[in-house]
Ligand binder design. Structure first.
Ligand code: 4AZ
Length: 239
């Protein structure tokens, strides 16, 4: 989770992110792009559950630098929506301490085939509905980490005219959710993970494998407007 600091002592949840190493997280480029010249306003919080409470394994980190995808926004809207967040290396800090509630997601194999039948677990502190009135001034996100399970939608289906049409869904994106409407990610979930519990060849048990990053959609939970995710395995990015 990446939080931006509005004023000293007043901070807000801003976007989700995914730990991939003790010093690196992935998030969506659009989350951090507007203030890319003043990234000092952001910090990273891991191990959070209830925003207003100091949870067990909660840890905050300053950001050293952010690498945006070089072709973010080139082509369709929010194309290549990915960024690598580097945590500041200070003194003896070994970076993010992993525990029972804090840990990295596995990265997907480069050739991962996203079968439309596959179920993804999405999570975040985003809104419970797009059209809901603001809960509190300054933020209308939920206070406790939420999750949902959404099926991957076939690319051809997502490009149908009644869904997003042929132009908007690039090869670096995929859609997930139910076309009849229902569980979905929403504003505030952006940058957070869509994971599949996959058994990768090199492991003997299933691991949470990062498949997507919550990127965009028209509203939330609407009929024929599923969530759109950055397809992590289909985009070139480096640490
Ligand atoms: C947003 O505004 C947003 N229903 C994120 C995800 C979705 C829609 C909007 C998907 O950050």
């Amino acid at each position: 989770m990446v939080t931006d600091v509005a004023k000293i002592c007043r901070t807000f949840h801003h976007c989700g992110a995914v730990i991939i190493s003790p010093f690196h997280l992935l998030t969506t480029a659009h989350c951090l792009w507007d203030y890319r010249d003043t990234t000092g306003i952001y910090y990273v919080r891991v191990g959070d559950n209830v925003i207003e409470v100091l949870d067990d394994e909660e840890q905050d980190f300053d950001i050293e630098k952010i690498d945006f995808h070089e072709e973010f926004g080139v082509g369709p809207y929010l194309n290549n929506d990915i960024a690598v967040v580097h945590i500041k290396r200070t003194g003896v800090s070994g970076g993010i301490r992993f525990g029972n509630k804090v840990g990295p997601a596995c990265l997907p194999p480069r050739d991962l085939f996203l079968s439309p039948a596959i179920n993804l677990t999405v999570s975040g502190w985003g809104k419970n509905g797009y059209d809901q009135p603001q809960r509190q001034k300054g933020t209308n996100f939920v206070s406790k980490l939420n999750m949902a399970v959404v099926p991957v939608i076939q690319r051809a289906t997502c490009k149908e005219e009644k869904v997003y049409g042929p132009e908007k869904i690039s090869l670096g994106m995929f859609c997930a959710g139910l076309l009849e409407g229902g569980p979905d990610t929403c504003q505030g979930d952006s940058g957070g993970p869509a994971v599949a519990f996959l058994r990768l060849a090199k492991f003997h048990e299933t691991r949470a494998t990062l498949v997507g990053l919550t990127s965009w959609g028209y509203g939330c939970g609407r009929e024929n407007k599923p969530g759109v995710y950055t397809q992590v395995s289909a985009i070139k990015w480096t640490l």
